[in-house]
Write a protein that binds this ligand. Structure first.
Ligand SMILES: Cc1cc2c(cc1C)N(C[C@H](O)[C@H](O)[C@H](O)COP(=O)(O)O)c1[nH]c(=O)[nH]c(=O)c1N2
Length: 223
């Protein structure tokens, strides 16, 4: 049986685009209020409905509310962030150091979305030539959750300034399971209008026209 209603109504469409444009990476605006279980389950269900190569569904969801575990992850962030700051000098380094790049303990819930690289056996349909397709599939689960969270009024922050081997140890992950995304989740005081990195002068959104090519890299697009 198929869904006979092929297009969305204007308001449904507007809701989808609103989630896309108003989704933000949240680090500083977390409130401590817990996320009710039914809401959390809706977010995980949205993630679980992401597309995946060969319908592999390589993800698992590790919910982390223990402050002790989060403090261990934060310690890894602090070490890695100090190393990352050394990539810059002068004013740029000062700006880098002033950026808040995680909300690990301020947010009430952390979530690690993992990728089980062995799920589905040795031959997953569509993953024969490009083996990293399982990782890309898991990224889509992250994005589904991020958008659904925005629609629920919940902020999500992705923290990637972490040592992955240490994170896998902290979370006791099996050998084949890769900690793809470490996320902070919680209700927020506000969603910023623009990416924080843009507001703080780190980097701006590139003009879309410069990124669209026709029939090959650098060729003008004639519409
Ligand atoms: C894979 C990946 C990894 C990270 C991020 C994102 C993604 C997709 N981002 C968030 C990133 O800085 C942010 O998405 C952009 O600056 C754009 O801002 P909005 O997401 O539109 O608010 C991010 N932010 C941060 O403060 N610390 C981090 O470690 C990371 N890591």
């Amino acid at each position: 049986m198929s869904n006979s209603d092929n297009s969305f109504s204007d308001s449904e469409r507007a809701g989808l685009y609103r989630a896309i444009y108003e989704r933000r990476d949240v680090r500083s605006q977390f409130l401590p209020d817990p996320i009710p279980k039914p809401v959390l389950m809706r977010l995980l269900k949205a993630a679980h409905h992401a597309p995946s190569v060969g319908f592999m569904q390589p993800w698992d969801f590790i919910l982390i509310d223990s402050l002790e575990v989060r403090e261990e992850v934060l310690a890894s962030f602090n070490e890695e962030n100090a190393k990352a700051a050394d990539n810059y000098t002068g004013e740029r380094q000062q700006t880098y150091r002033s950026l808040k790049l995680q909300g690990i303990t301020e947010s009430p819930m952390n979530l690690c979305i993992t990728c089980d690289r062995s799920r589905g056996g040795a031959h997953v349909l569509g993953r024969n030539s490009i083996v990293d397709m399982d990782l890309f599939s898991t990224c889509l689960a992250v994005q589904n959750l991020w958008l659904a969270a925005r629609a629920e009024g919940i902020g999500v922050g992705w923290v990637s300034i972490i040592d992955q081997t240490r994170l896998a140890d902290i979370l006791n992950l099996p050998e084949n399971v890769y900690p793809l995304a470490y996320l902070c989740l919680g209700y927020v005081s506000e969603f910023l209008d623009k990416p924080e990195l843009e507001t703080k002068g780190w980097r701006s959104r590139l003009p879309l026209e410069e990124l669209v090519h026709g029939n090959g890299w650098g060729k003008p697009l004639i519409w």
